[in-house]
Design a binder for this molecule. Structure first.
Ligand code: SF4
Length: 368
């Protein structure tokens, strides 16, 4: 079996050749950021960072939904999990993420009722089958995930399933990207825009980058050739003095995205201020349940939540803001690895630290 990470090595060679030619025309080094966990792993898995011309630097931002989920969200989920007659349902990635006390996985081992589900509908099915239980789904994820959550809510409302609730924690990209563009430590020249999110939102959502900041963005797919095409398109814009929203993932992403999915989301959710790990509260960057659905909002259930405490020494927040690469954390491969992860960025399969550990630590001269 071939171990070549490129489906089409000749195509990749051609793109990289064009990229080198364009990069030669730059009068400075560019910093380009991706904000999608799948891009993070595509870049790392294919070794794209090392294939970039000297004048192109690729960095990762807050693209992993589990990683940006703040510790107090997990603390609240744990507090809810020990209430009588309550079941917490979550995607598996969240299970091992540390809270201020223990992980959901540890709490389950100690007797809390916590179920791993593969979709919000699984949680709804559990609620239907167990009307005596209160089933709380941990609503974590970006624009891509929310329509399926809204779909489950819609079914629960239409069928009158009263015991299906959410702990709202969904996040949206634009406001946190404004924070990133404004960060003087980063000086981002362009964004590789998330393909999955853009399927729902459409690429027009990102026009604020050019209109308000004169910064480029290009939507890209997830094969290494897709990512390299996106980088080439970004570099070309800078060389030609343009700042536009491009789309090299036209086979899937349109200007306006999935309007019906967004209408479904709008029925249940509205913009809210949301806490992101590494960023603090970012106004308007979350999706809160509309007040008419308070009966499904588990955040309104009174529980005692401890003061939030991050793992000592973990620099996940700096990794998520793109101000350090994972090897700059002193714990990287020196106490923190996927088998004994300390922070969310190593725990999650989409995390930047996990991607670097799996694919890039040898090349960077890090590790034993
Ligand atoms: Fe946190 Fe581990 Fe990443 Fe360091 S290497 S930032 S401890 S997750």
């Amino acid at each position: 079996m071939s171990t070549n990470p490129f489906k089409d090595p000749a195509a990749m060679a051609g793109i990289l050749g064009e990229l080198r030619e364009e990069a030669e025309k730059l009068d400075r080094r560019l910093t380009l950021m991706e904000v999608c966990g799948t891009h993070t792993h595509s870049v790392a898995g294919a070794g794209l960072r090392r294939l970039m011309p000297e004048k192109v630097r690729l960095i990762s931002g807050p693209g992993c939904p589990v990683c940006v989920t703040p510790v107090d969200y997990l603390d609240r989920a744990l507090a809810l999990a020990v209430l009588p007659g309550t079941v917490i349902c979550t995607f598996g990635d969240l299970m091992r993420v540390p809270s201020s006390t223990v992980s959901l996985e540890r709490a389950r081992a100690e007797g809390a009722r916590i179920e791993i589900v593969y979709s919000p509908r699984d949680a709804l099915d559990l609620a239907r089958a167990n009307p005596e239980l209160r089933v709380i789904f941990l609503a974590v994820g970006f624009e891509t995930t929310v329509p399926t959550i809204a779909g489950a809510l819609s079914e629960a409302e239409d069928e009158g399933v009263p015991n299906f609730l959410l702990l709202p924690g969904n996040k949206t990209m634009p406001q946190v990207m404004r924070v990133l563009v404004d960060d003087p430590e980063l000086d981002v020249d362009g964004f590789l825009l998330p393909g999955h999110v853009s399927v729902i939102t459409g690429w027009r959502l990102f026009e604020f980058l050019t209109e308000d900041f004169d910064v480029s963005g290009v939507v890209a797919g997830f094969m290494p050739t897709d990512v390299a095409q996106g980088v080439l398109a970004l570099v070309r814009q800078v060389v030609e003095g343009r700042a536009e929203i491009g789309n090299v993932y036209g086979r899937v992403v349109t200007a306006d995205g999935n309007v019906r999915a967004r209408e479904l989301v709008d029925r249940f959710f509205e913009p809210s201020d949301e806490v992101w790990r590494g960023f603090g509260t970012v106004p308007g960057s979350g999706l809160g349940l509309r007040t008419e659905f308070d009966h499904r909002n588990a955040a309104l259930i009174e529980v005692t939540v401890p003061a939030p405490a991050e793992p000592v020494g973990c620099r996940c927040g700096d990794v998520l803001r793109g101000v350090i690469d994972p090897p700059e954390c002193l714990l990287f491969d020196a106490g923190c690895d996927p088998d004994s992860a300390i922070g969310a960025c190593m725990v999650s399969s989409e995390g930047t630290c996990a991607a670097w550990y799996r694919h890039e630590r040898w090349a960077e001269g890090v590790g034993s």
